[in-house]
Design a protein around this ligand. Structure first.
Ligand code: SAM
Length: 355
């Protein structure tokens, strides 16, 4: 059993009265799964839950099965079915305001008119802007006293919801003459802009990518690398993959906005777990290095291990990374011989071939 942390416990305590007699509770943003599991432990309660990360979703499925509560837990995308007619919605506040705006809009559009939302988190990750976002979608907002450095925002009487829509911006990307539309749902890495590390990668990617095996945009975020590859070579098919539901939806929207959906397949996956061994000729990667607020190099190492498995002989991983992270030894060890292609004040681009 994954134990609820202080913020989870406060959300559970503050919502206890509202949950009395309610047999269907919605949970959003419960990345550890602890809130969902705690609720499902009560035999009379069914939980509809949404977690952005597919790894979190898979871990919750395993934990619920181990607890014998899998029949009471349904994982759903952030959308109508998740919150339709819900009376109690528990939210672990996301870090990105834009992600909270999408969550609030979906709840307000679809939950019961009597719905009460308990949105909580660690005080240090909360800001007044979150109150404003909830006030924009609910008639009343109450703020609980802090307990163990956690706090809960209680929103009632939803009004004026909407389906989340991506923000789309036109960007000039390196080595393409026509502008590209980049689309981002709230919380996607770099939003609808071009990250400066990604820019360096695009400036240096090889002129031609082999077409005899898969090309992959791993950890694709808004999918702009996949779309860039597809626009540059009209014969290329690209797989864009990311563990985040927000990223996968954004990558689909970016491909569609640029007319390359037919050649950019988007999947939500942890690393490349759904891809067969030795099936890719080319992988581009701007790896994650944050787990919440903390820098965590093991996130990238996890991806490098899967890259080594999925690259076909002679294939290449092109990777951009913050130079201070010193990924070179990990790339050499986990993927294979690695050469530096470019380096500026902040970022390094490398190409690695599997052993
Ligand atoms: C630095 S961003 C790069 C996004 C995009 N490629 C770009 O260059 O703008 C890293 C991405 O890694 C994704 N990610 C983190 N852990 C992952 C995992 N285990 N499997 C797949 N993607 C992951 C995050 O969701 C995020 O979108």
């Amino acid at each position: 059993m994954i134990e609820p942390d202080a913020a989870d416990r406060l959300i559970l305590d503050e919502s206890a009265a509202a949950r009395e007699g309610v047999d269907d509770v919605v949970v959003i943003g419960d990345e550890t799964g602890a809130l969902t599991l705690a609720l499902a432990a009560d035999e009379g309660v069914r939980v509809r839950t949404h977690q952005d990360s597919v790894s979190a979703e898979r871990a919750l499925r395993r934990a619920a099965a181990a607890a014998g509560t899998q029949d009471r837990v349904t994982s759903l995308p952030l959308g109508r079915d998740l919150v339709a007619d819900a009376r109690v919605v528990l939210v672990r506040l996301p870090r990105a305001h834009a992600a909270l705006a999408d969550i609030a809009a979906v709840i307000a559009a679809n939950a019961s008119a009597q719905a009460v939302v308990f949105a909580g988190g660690r005080v240090k990750h909360m800001s007044l802007g979150m109150n404003d976002i909830l006030r924009g979608r609910f008639e009343t907002l109450d703020i609980t006293h802090a307990r163990q450095k956690s706090r809960v925002l209680v929103a009632r009487r939803p009004r004026g919801g909407a389906a989340p829509a991506p923000v789309c911006e036109t960007q000039r990307l390196p080595r393409l003459t026509a502008p590209v539309t980049v689309c981002a749902f709230g919380g996607a890495f770099a939003g609808a802009s071009l990250d400066i590390g990604t820019r360096l990668l695009l400036e240096h990617l090889p002129d031609a990518v082999p077409t005899d095996a898969r090309a992959i945009d791993l950890a694709c975020g808004t999918g702009l690398v996949a779309t860039w590859l597809a626009l540059r070579d009209p014969t290329l098919r690209v797989l864009a993959t990311d563990q985040s539901a927000i990223a996968a939806a954004s990558a689909r929207a970016t491909a569609a906005a640029n007319g390359v959906s037919a050649r950019v397949e988007v999947v939500r996956d942890d690393a490349l777990s759904l891809q067969p061994d030795a099936s890719a000729a080319f992988i581009a990667l701007n790896p994650p290095f944050h787990d919440g607020a903390a820098v965590d190099e093991s996130l990238a190492h996890h991806l490098f291990v899967d890259v080594a498995r999925v690259l076909a002989s002679g294939g290449e991983l092109w990777c951009v990374w913050n130079s201070h992270l010193r990924y070179r030894p990990a790339l050499e060890r986990l993927v294979g011989p690695t050469r530096q292609v470019a380096r500026n004040a902040k970022f390094t681009v490398t190409a690695s071939v599997p052993r």
